[in-house]
Design a protein around this ligand. Structure first.
Ligand code: NAD
Ligand code: DAU
Length: 351
């Protein structure tokens, strides 16, 4: 009998890399990709594995408790890797309730389904919740987030993720279900929706449109290649200690403006443009409301206890990412052909 592992949000950016890795590495699992297919979910991301024997897709909205319960009845569940979420900070500023519904209520529905199904028998079971470094708040110039850093979320997105983390820990304590949480820094790589900084800037540079940099571009993020995040999720799911939290990060801090300049240089070279041509597209625009200054993760616990470390340097990862977007023009065209134009207008028109 194969073990049933539900991966939620498996059609999204990070989720699709996790699904691929689990489908390819674990023939002994049946991987159930649970996804509502919001604007961010895209089954094109999984074309290469969609016919695998150990893979199945189920269109389910985690906010709808009945849909979640039905799925759990259909597949008695051994493990859950929970990535489904509303994930874009700017959207959480314009529409916070959507984030509260999906990220808080949706997580509660999954936890309730797990408690109902696992009660009395949690042997070999695991509920693994994927969270973000943003729950820890904003750092000044020095210091790092560690696993015991107090929570201090400052956007509707991070507050909703923090709430879901608290629920997961509370269910572990109260109902004794095995849980693990990981909090990761900013991801980049193939298949990221072009509302996030790197693919948005890529798309604009390619089309010779201005690159909107919020404020003075001095905010700092710690970037990790998405495949290294998926590798960390694999290690933590299989070797992590129930009840524990693991921070995942790239030890790779970049000021936004420096990152955009690096991307411009890479694009000039790949597109045979003259040196400095793309940088001329940079445009400083009105800052994000409540913009966190700096995130930086200390991932020593994960590295020392579970032996994970990033596999690529930032230059390699960014080069691979640019190559992927250049080779997958159709993917990008499909993604930006829907509601993206209207979103872009709303988000950037008045900045
Ligand atoms: P994404 O927005 O690309 O994908 C989210 C997926 O969840 C989509 O496939 C979407 O269809 C699905 N989804 C949304 N609402 C749903 C619902 N109600 N029911 C079922 N499915 C639903 O997100 P991502 O960037 O891949 O992030 C995945 C997870 O990782 C999120 O939990 C996010 O908070 C976390 N995370 C992201 C980053 C990052 O840099 N992107 C970093 C750390 C943690
Ligand atoms: O830290 C982990 C988080 O990283 C994840 O939990 C989130 O799901 C993910 O979206 C990401 O959040 P950020 O807000 O850091 O990512 P984003 O790509 O939206 O922005 C990165 C930085 O770039 C941030 O300082 C805001 C800035 N920015 C962003 C956009 C979209 C710009 O300057 N211009 C832009 O157009």
């Amino acid at each position: 009998m194969k073990k049933n592992i539900i991966i939620t949000g498996g059609a999204g950016f990070i989720g699709s890399h996790v699904v691929r890795l689990f489908v390819n590495n674990y023939p002994e699992y049946k991987i159930i990709n649970l996804d509502k297919l919001t604007y961010a979910g895209n089954l094109e991301n999984l074309k290469d594995i969609e016919k695998a024997d150990n893979y199945v897709f189920e269109k389910v909205d985690i906010v709808k408790k009945e849909e979640v319960e039905l799925l759990f009845e259909k597949y008695p569940v051994d493990g859950v890797v929970h990535l489904a979420a509303e994930s874009h900070v700017d959207r959480s500023i314009t529409n916070p309730n959507e984030f509260i519904m999906t990220n808080v209520i949706g997580t509660a529905n999954l936890l309730n389904a797990v408690v109902k199904q696992w009660k009395g028998n949690t042997d070999g079971k695991m509920f693994y919740h994927i969270s973000t470094d943003e729950v820890y708040g904003s750092l000044d110039k020095g210091g790092f987030f560690i696993e015991s850093t107090p929570y201090d979320p400052r956007s509707p997105y991070s507050a909703s993720k923090a709430s879901s983390d608290h629920l997961v820990r509370a269910y572990h304590n109260t109902y004794k279900i095995p849980v693990i949480i990981s909090n990761c820094s900013n991801n980049y790589g193939p298949n990221q929706f072009p509302e996030k900084l790197i693919p948005l800037a890529f798309n604009n540079i390619k089309n010779k449109k201005t690159i909107p940099v919020y404020g003075k571009g001095e905010n700092i993020r710690d970037w990790l290649f998405v495949i290294d995040h998926a590798r960390a999720i694999d290690v933590i799911f299989h070797k992590g200690t129930p009840g524990e939290t693991y921070n995942i990060g790239g030890n790779n801090e970049w000021k936004n403006i420096d990152l955009i300049r690096l991307l411009c240089r890479i694009m000039d070279s790949k597109l045979n443009r003259s040196s400095g041509e793309s940088e001329k597209l940079i445009s400083f625009v009105t800052d994000r409301a409540g913009h966190d200054l700096r995130y930086a993760i200390d991932s020593n616990k994960l590295q020392k206890e579970l032996g994970w470390k990033p596999s690529v340097t930032f230059e390699e990862g960014l080069g691979k990412t640019v190559d992927w977007y250049l080779m997958n023009e159709e993917w990008l065209q499909n993604v930006v052909s829907g509601d993206y134009g209207a979103y872009y207008e709303r988000q950037y028109k008045s900045r």
